[in-house]
Ligand binder design. Structure first.
Ligand code: C2G
Length: 130
């Protein structure tokens, strides 16, 4: 059983997120998502539209996602990878290089972001549509 992990806020779930999760799952048989809590988001300067529980329910409904765990700190990744015996850590390319320190305990993969879509773009477009 090859296990994969990724982390994020996944607010206003959109096809860019789905595309990331689909490709991440392809690296193994079991995909864990570390989902940013509302408190952790505040630390990222983000306020998600959907609550943690709402975002968790959406992710758990996806065929690519096997387990959702809370992401509460930047530092938890190493412990998560060891605890869940993760083989591959995957993030979008906007994070390229940021988590290379984990490469002593797992494969670290950065996948190209899906262009033209983001939760903030959705919010912005909805606010400014006439
Ligand atoms: N993503 C993507 N393409 C997009 C938008 C997002 O591939 N058009 C990817 C991001 O690169 C990330 C994942 O989808 O890997 C989740 O994106 P966010 O919810 O924006 O996550 P972020 O705020 O980057 O938080 O500890 C890591 C952080 O929690 C990541």
């Amino acid at each position: 059983m090859r296990r994969v992990i990724t982390y994020g806020t996944f607010d206003l779930l959109h096809y860019g997120h789905i595309n990331l999760l689909k490709r991440a799952k392809a690296y193994g048989d079991y995909l864990i998502v570390g989902l940013s809590t509302d408190e952790f988001n505040a630390g990222k300067g983000k306020k998600a539209y959907f609550s943690y529980d709402q975002r968790k329910e959406l992710l758990e409904s996806l065929r690519y996602v096997d387990l959702v765990i809370p992401e509460q700190t930047w530092e938890q990744k190493r412990n998560d990878i060891l605890l869940y015996q993760v083989d591959t850590f995957v993030m979008g390319s906007d994070w390229a290089g940021k988590f290379d320190d984990l490469s002593d305990i797992c494969d670290v993969i950065y996948l190209p972001r899906t262009p033209e879509i983001s939760s903030s773009k959705i919010k912005n477009d909805l606010e400014h549509r006439n």
